[in-house]
Design a protein around this ligand. Structure first.
Ligand SMILES: [Fe+2]
Ligand SMILES: [Fe+2]
Length: 159
């Protein structure tokens, strides 16, 4: 359903950085769960990984295409971020596989994930998200907001 015209829109940098913080919180909940509670640990990890995947899909589908369009240095940055997304998804998959194999430590993989995710999120917040505040049309910001916060929604494209 279309939002009313005068509905206030949060700047995209806040929306997306806020989602990074929410993901950090979910990951910390997973880390705080003892290895002995393996079912709960798997559930928390799956919830975190599903939310992170959703964030990545929104960035790749709605945000990176306009960012990379018509500028070679921004396009290079998009390639770098896509590569980081693949590395992130790869670590998520390896954690999933280890958790499925039984109650065991994932500390080494957690460190790997934190390293790549921290560098990636910092790059986006410093070098990419400010551009969105200045250039994204309001309808696109609303679509991003919806897709980040309402499971199962998918806005009609193309943008
Ligand atoms: Fe990203
Ligand atoms: Fe992000």
């Amino acid at each position: 359903m279309e939002a009313p015209v005068n509905d206030p829109v949060e700047p995209p940098s806040q929306l997306l950085s806020g989602d990074h913080r929410e993901l950090d919180r979910k990951f910390e909940e997973f880390q705080a769960t003892p290895i002995s509670r393996s079912d709960e640990r798997r559930e928390r990890f799956d919830e975190f990984a599903a939310e992170l995947h959703r964030h990545i899909v929104v960035e790749e589908r709605l945000l990176f295409p306009p960012f990379g369009e018509g500028d070679s240095s921004r396009r290079l940055l998009v390639e770098l971020m896509l590569d980081e997304h693949r590395r992130i998804e790869d670590v998520l998959q390896r954690v999933r596989e280890r958790l499925a194999a039984g109650p065991r430590s994932t500390e080494d993989l957690e460190s790997e994930l934190v390293n790549v995710l921290w560098a990636h999120n910092t790059r986006e917040e410093e070098s990419v998200y400010p551009w969105f505040d200045a250039h994204l049309p309001v309808d696109l910001v609303r679509a991003v907001d919806r897709e980040l916060h309402e499971p199962g929604t998918k806005s009609p494209g193309p943008w």
